[in-house]
Design a binder for this molecule. Structure first.
Ligand SMILES: *Cc1c(COP(=O)(O)O)cnc(C)c1O
Length: 458
């Protein structure tokens, strides 16, 4: 019998997160006056203990015992060797899949949701507001809120709200509430509805609504929570890569190639940053974040200062951005429909430490179908982007006759995304085209902002 699954014992779970801010240079976030903001500027939005983590440059940060106790529900997560997928691809490459789909909500997102709920609870917060694209983040935070007794209000991007009613059911099952965004409960939502009553919504709009709902709550006991992009979110996800390292060590492997999809960048950061640390220290690894061609933040958007949300409530972040007013085409990988990408990930692109790539919606679903029919797990539409690029790498290994070790993050399962699979199977999906004119126009929204420095970390 093949040694299919590589597991860690409960006591082998990593006890610290890896903070990449200790090892790279970053442009600071800027306030409305164009000057770097201090931690206190974020205090109405996040609890101070998380703000401290956001600005920390300490390399290793202890994971609190209370967080580990909840992560223990599904962590350490298994890693599988994708023998059948390899065989179908007729590749000499060895493909290892880190399976983050085994968490209760079905993705990597609760790794940070649990940590964020814990720090908010510690700080005396009673209610969290947030946005969600495909619904994975909203359900992860609702789950985490239920573990710590926090109320959770989720603004869900309209197109996903309509396509994935069961995500709302999950949130409500865990005691959260879920509103379609844009909603009429916030000024940001009402403004958009007035201008574009038929909008499919966007993560940028939903973030604005969630921030507004948090800061306008007079009790002072409500904060906002973000599921990706920010430094502390990337930090909490590194438990994925730290576990993966231990698992590959058990079978005497070290990856030549690492692949993960990237929307805001958090599951990619999770699997890749602990290895980026090795790369900074001399290891040779090819590291690929994969995005949709229809929302090409990393491969086509310039590195600029821009807001993280549509209504410009967030500080200016130095990142690759399609423009905070840009509404991406309604592809089914809702979690990858974001106009920006994590500042740390953007800096790694500038440093040439990672190589962004893009695939189409149809290529992604085709890969998801092959993976489902070989390895059994039905991946999330987002994850399919990583698998599509894995196929390209596996084929390259075959052409070059090279035995490579490829590590892939399976960020989530697609069991609640079957609507999109059905459309694919019915031949009703197409490769949505990016509206080049709209993209050009959206650049206007950041042209008056300061320009970030092109820094070199190594
Ligand atoms: C949210 C989500 C993503 C995209 O977000 P990142 O922050 O880039 O990881 C990818 N895959 C799944 C399954 C998701 O839920």
């Amino acid at each position: 019998m093949n040694n299919k699954t590589i597991i860690l014992k409960p006591n082998e779970i990593p006890r610290q997160w890896y903070n990449i801010a200790a090892d790279i240079k970053l442009n600071p976030p800027l306030g409305p006056d164009g000057k770097p903001i201090g931690p206190e500027a974020l205090a109405p939005v996040f609890p101070m203990n998380l703000i401290e983590q956001e600005v920390s440059i300490q390399r290793w940060i202890d994971i609190p015992e209370e967080v580990l106790n909840i992560l223990a529900i599904w962590r350490p997560t298994p890693m599988i060797r994708a023998y059948s997928f390899e065989k179908a691809l007729n590749t000499p490459a060895r493909i290892y899949i880190k399976n983050e789909s085994v968490s209760p909500p079905g993705s990597h997102k609760p790794n940070t949701a649990v940590a964020q709920a814990y720090y908010n609870k510690e700080f005396g917060i009673k209610r969290l507001t947030t946005e969600t694209g495909a619904g994975q983040w909203g359900s992860a935070l609702a789950f985490a809120g239920s573990q710590f007794g926090l109320d959770v209000d989720v603004f869900m991007v309209r197109i996903s709200y309509d396509q994935k009613p069961f995500r709302k059911t999950m949130m409500e099952t865990w005691g959260g509430t879920c509103l379609s965004s844009p909603s009429d409960t916030t000024q940001a939502g009402r403004n958009i509805l007035e201008k574009y009553p038929d909008t499919p919504g966007s993560l940028g709009i939903a973030i604005s609504e969630a921030i507004e709902a948090a800061v306008s709550d007079k009790t002072g006991k409500t904060r906002y929570s973000l599921g990706s992009v920010l430094n502390h979110v990337m930090l909490h996800q590194t438990i994925i890569g730290l576990e993966a390292k231990k698992q590959l060590e058990k079978v005497g492997e070290y990856p030549n190639v690492i692949i993960a999809c990237a929307g805001g960048g958090s599951n990619f950061a999770g699997i890749a940053y602990p290895y980026v640390y090795d790369k900074i220290n001399g290891k040779e690894i090819d590291i690929y974040p994969v995005e949709p061609e229809a929302c090409p933040t990393m491969t086509k958007a310039p590195f600029v200062y821009d807001h993280g949300d549509e209504a410009a409530y967030t500080p200016l972040l130095a990142m690759h951005s399609l423009g905070h007013n840009f509404i991406p085409p309604p592809i089914h990988a809702g979690g990858l429909r974001y106009h920006g990408i994590a500042p740390t990930l953007s800096q790694l692109i500038n440093d040439d430490l990672i190589t962004p790539v893009a695939v189409t919606q149809l290529e992604a679903f085709k890969a998801g179908i092959l993976f489902s029919r070989t390895e059994g797990i039905i991946p999330a539409p987002e994850t399919n982007h990583a698998l599509a690029y894995t196929i390209r790498e596996a084929e390259k290994a075959r052409e070059e006759g090279k035995e490579k070790t490829i590590l892939v993050n399976l960020s989530g399962h697609g069991n609640i995304d079957l609507f999109s699979y059905q459309k694919y199977l019915n031949n009703e999906l197409s490769n949505l085209k990016l509206d080049d004119e709209a993209l050009e126009k959206s650049k206007d929204c950041y042209k008056d902002f300061p320009e970030p420095e092109i820094l070199k970390s190594v």
